[in-house]
Structures are given as C-alpha cells and as structure tokens.
Design a protein around this ligand. Sequence first.
Ligand code: APR
Length: 270
Amino acid sequence: MAANDSLLPLLEHVAELLRGAEHITCLTGAGVSAESGVPTFRGVGGLWEGRRPETLATPEAFASDPEEVWRFYLWRRRLLLACKPNPGHYALARLERKKPGFTLITQNVDGLHVQAGSRRVLAVHGDIWIDRCTRCGQEARSTGEDFERIPHCGLCGALARPGVVWFGELLPTDVWTQAERAAASCDLMLVAGTSSLVYPAASLADVARAGGATVVEVNPEATPLTSEADVAVPAPSGQSLPTIVDRLGDSGNRAPCRPADRVDGGQPRQ
Ligand code: APR
C-alpha cells in the first residue's frame, strides 16, 4: 500500500535530507517486519503480551528449562518460514545501493533484511536461525525443517541454544563496535520500527545526535525518541520507506541488488 497523500510533503522532505547526506545509518526494529506478518514484541498482539520475557529470553530461563525456551524459538522459526520481506525491507536494500555510505543496523533476528537484498547488515541481537553449542560454541545454521527436535551440536553432541542475544547478555562485541562507529560518524540516522526502549540499541540514536547527525524516525506510534527526533514520520515503514526511496531518484545508484554476505559474517556471538 502506498503512503497516505497527506504525508507526501513530509516524505519528500525526508528524501531531500537523505539526498544531501553522505553517511546514512539506519536502525531497525520489529516494526519493520510487522507488515511481513512477524509479530512485534510490545503492544497488543506482541510476543511479550501474555508471556514473561524472563522465562523465555534470558540465560537463566534457558538454564532452568531449555525445552520451554526452545519451544518458543522453534515456534517463532516455524512462523518465520511463512514470512517474506515487505516493501520496507526492499526500500532499505535499494537505499544501500543508492548511497554508498549506508549502514544498516537491525535488532531483528529474522533475516528478512538479508533476504530483501541488504548486503551490509549489523545484526546486533543475533540470528534466530543459528544454533550455538552451549559447550564448545560451534555455530550451525538451522535447516528450518525440524521443529520438534531440540538442536544439539553436530561436533560434540551437547545441547545447542538459539544464536540470539537474550536479556542480560552482552551484544556481540565486534558487531556492536561497528554499529556504534556507524552511529557516531553518520550525518543522518533513520530509526524505523523500534520502540526505542531496549538498550543499548536505543542509545545509538543518542550517539548519532551527539555526533551532530539529523535523526529521522519512522513509526506509526510515538516512542521516547519521537520528541527528540528532527523529523518523525507517523506511518508504517512498509508504506513510507518505498515512497521516500523512490523520491531519491537514481543518481548514485551503484550496484545491482542481490542477497549477499553480511558484514558480521552471519555469526552472532556473545
Ligand atoms: N512500521 C513501523 N513501525 C511499526 C510498524 C510498522 N508497520 N508496526 C509497528 N511498529 C512499531 C511500533 O509502534 C513499536 O514502536 O514498531 C515498534 C516495535 O516495538 P517492539 O515490539 O518493542 O520491538 P523492538 O523495538 O524491535 O524491540 C527491541 O526488544 O524484546 C526485545 O530483543 C527484542 O530486538 C527486540 C528488542
């Protein structure tokens, strides 16, 4: 669905800002995948509605009941198999091709940005399709076929865990360092589809602002960032981002879109 006509001047203004920016960094959250049918975490119908994150998304929960935790993640994997990138994901992949100094940072673990053709993706919260051995640390990409069996390590046979970052865990150091650097050095930061409630990812917009960047938020709901942002686009990303990127024009379009490796090598680590 295209963006609402009344928003066009605002979207044109954002396109103008993007056109003038040399280094653009984008931070995405669950809202960017909402129009693909992936549930967000907070709010009505979110994954945390009626569930307690501390019993499903912490190292302590996994230590006390790995089966319960795996049931949750295998269910999410099954759900994701039916989901495809939406126009918002594709717009960000196109933006990367138009602007060489573009970095995409995502809190999403669903892999949809890569599927849409984004090439440099800093997945700060890991990757739900990775099984990581709890004993030797070996990582393996799930085939996504067996949703009944709890994964074990192909090398040492020990229990594996999902390759995501849980509450109370550190973000993968090299990925996070690159994300902070991209936030500190950009002249424009686009923050799309995140509640801006979960740290340290939410601090990246502050890092960008402290470095003098213009901050643009895309979110149909107000967040703690909305009043701090230079521009807030109150619309779904799948509707607004394609219009913004269309309006950028073709200048600076450098490379064809194709799925490729991520700058973090697809290896989320603790
Ligand atoms: N387009 C843009 N934004 C949207 C859309 C949409 N179509 N639909 C919903 N949103 C917004 C909501 O208004 C909300 O602000 O997306 C945001 C989703 O917020 P959360 O569910 O809190 O997701 P996120 O901010 O990504 O969560 C951060 O919390 O539980 C952890 O590790 C998990 O990475 C996740 C982190």
